[in-house]
Design a protein around this ligand. Sequence first.
Ligand SMILES: Nc1ncnc2c1ncn2[C@@H]1O[C@H](COP(=O)(O)OP(=O)(O)OP(=O)(O)O)[C@@H](O)[C@H]1O
Ligand SMILES: [Mg+2]
Length: 252
Amino acid sequence: MQAPFADPLSGLELLTESLPLVGRDSEMQLICALLDTVLLDRQVGARALTISGEMGVGKSRLLAEMCIEARARGFRVLESRAYESGVMFPYLPFTEALRPVLRSLSAVQLRRYVGLDDEGDASHSSIDAPISLMGTPLVTALASLFPELPRMLRVTVTAEVLSPDLEKFRLFDAIASLLERMAMERPVLLCIDNLHWADSASLELTCILQCVCILAMLPWQESRVRRARSINVRFLLIASFQQLQIWRRREH
Ligand SMILES: Nc1ncnc2c1ncn2[C@@H]1O[C@H](COP(=O)(O)OP(=O)(O)OP(=O)(O)O)[C@@H](O)[C@H]1O
Ligand SMILES: [Mg+2]
């Protein structure tokens, strides 16, 4: 009698299920400590983390575990990754991270996040207020990345003619401001995988956000510097990259 046909692919689905994490106890301890630092807004402790390592060493898995821990602590998790072809697409990791949130928010929440309701509020022009973009200027700057935003918010934006450098700076500032405003309400984890494949503007922006996170760690007495531009709210940035690919990029 002929043996029944055995599907050679049967059982493969088991392999796609996540296997238990092994050998990463100290890394997970560090990650949980970082998340708690941000969650509790401790005045001392890192606000940014990079994970580097060779192909297949477990970077994405560690990021995924971090996202699970962050969600369990109530963080809003903004996840994104760069792709091998990503060098050609400016800001792809940031659009991928932010677009789902912007689309999922109600109009009321969205207005609050971009500070449209605070426009003209005298308390925001006080010396103690953070210096960050808000309201219509913020929407205008973000519109270059999210063209649907002005329509969603029913805001009419008038395009300014800026030099390329100033335009880039304005967009960086806008993204930092948006993250800052989001994190005022609920802790935010921005998690970017495969940074080595990101376009150069995204790399620059990630570096700037890291600096901003470092500024946020300054002692409270230096708060004037913090106010100049720092995400002094519950914000954590984590990025992973293959060291080898970064070296290769430097060579070209
Ligand atoms: N500590 C671990 N315990 C169990 N499985 C792991 C661990 N680390 C990684 N893995 C598994 O090993 C495989 C490769 O890991 P992962 O994709 O995270 O590597 P990577 O460093 O991101 O690779 P690449 O550089 O190609 O992006 C995945 O199936 C992942 O689930
Ligand atoms: Mg990976």
